[in-house]
Design a protein around this ligand. Structure first.
Ligand code: HEM
Ligand code: HEM
Length: 239
């Protein structure tokens, strides 16, 4: 029986679509920068692209600008797709259906962590280094390592989503269908309804907001501090 295509919230598809395209563009153009000025770990015969660094920097900076919005969505409205408080024990149930789902949630979460590693090291890159053959800088080594990490995470992310939900799940992220209740005109009301549904008592509200998922909150703090560092670090500290 063919699997039906699951419905993914429009806001998720928009944020995931934009940040996914920008990340993949940064991955490809980043590789071309490496391929043009370095190539120590292997090269492909590819015609030199004029200002490939500038092209890469543009995609990458837009990715950095969109990342906080995507992360905020993922850690809150989308948190059921990220690691859950019992994911760690479920990951020991090798081969069980829940094992695959937990690995997929972990893969989704790793995409956010790998993104932070890429943008922080990217922001510390100087465009004059590589054309001058200066490939020894620690930030460049960290940045190409970050490229390898995000490429591996992306492969695992797509593999795990395919394993858990097959092509219908992958396609669900690219569907243009919008259910009436999910139309943007309802978002403010839905947000207001959700916010007013939270307990008035601060302690209970914080508990509900943090849903006792400490490991996810620690990762959320790492991601948001990382994004702030990516924006600010180049202003205070450069080699
Ligand atoms: C081998 C792969 C990569 C290489 C050789 C590379 C190289 C560079 C270079 C040379 C810069 C400086 C560009 C400029 O200042 O105009 C840069 C900046 C940057 N890179 Fe990469 N990069 C790679 C992969 C990535 C990936 C995968 C991401 C993120 C998904 C990324 C995100 C960034 C960011 C956010 C900046 C800062 C842009 C800015 O502040 O304008 N890079 N990268
Ligand atoms: C062709 C590339 C991609 C495909 C096919 C893809 C596919 C998917 C799918 C099917 C889901 C939903 C999983 C579920 O319902 O549990 C998902 C979620 C997610 N993806 Fe991707 N993805 C891609 C690229 C990316 C990139 C580049 C990033 C990171 C920058 C990323 C980050 C995420 C995150 C964080 C989630 C969870 C969102 C939430 O918590 O609501 N994905 N992706």
């Amino acid at each position: 029986m063919p699997r039906s295509v699951p419905y993914q919230p429009l806001l998720l598809r928009m944020l995931h679509g934009v940040s996914g395209i920008l990340a993949i563009a940064a991955i490809i153009t980043g590789f071309l920068v490496y391929n043009t000025y370095d190539g120590r770990f292997g090269k492909i015969p590819f015609p030199q692209q004029g200002d490939i660094q500038g092209i890469h920097g543009t995609f990458a900076l837009f990715f950095l600008i969109v990342l906080p919005a995507f992360a905020l969505y993922s850690f809150h409205a989308g948190n059921k797709r990220l690691i859950q408080k019992n994911s760690w024990e479920q990951i020991s149930q090798v081969g069980q259906p829940i094992w695959w789902v937990s690995l997929q949630r972990l893969a989704n979460t790793l995409m956010l962590i790998a993104s932070v590693f890429s943008v922080i090291s990217g922001r510390m890159m100087k465009e004059e280094w590589l054309p001058a053959g200066e490939i020894h800088h620690i930030w460049y080594s960290l940045h190409i390592t970050a490229w390898a990490v995000i490429v591996c995470c992306l492969a695992i992310h797509i593999l795990m989503s395919t394993k858990v939900g097959g092509a219908p799940l992958l396609l669900s992220m690219f569907s243009w269908q919008v259910r009436p209740e999910d139309s943007p005109s309802n978002w403010v009301n839905r947000y207001r309804t959700w916010w007013s549904s939270l307990p008035t008592n601060f302690g209970e509200r914080a508990n509900q907001l943090l849903d006792n998922n400490l490991s996810l909150r620690i990762i959320e703090a790492f991601v948001f501090i990382g994004v702030i560092v990516a924006f600010l670090l180049p202003l205070f500290f450069s080699e």
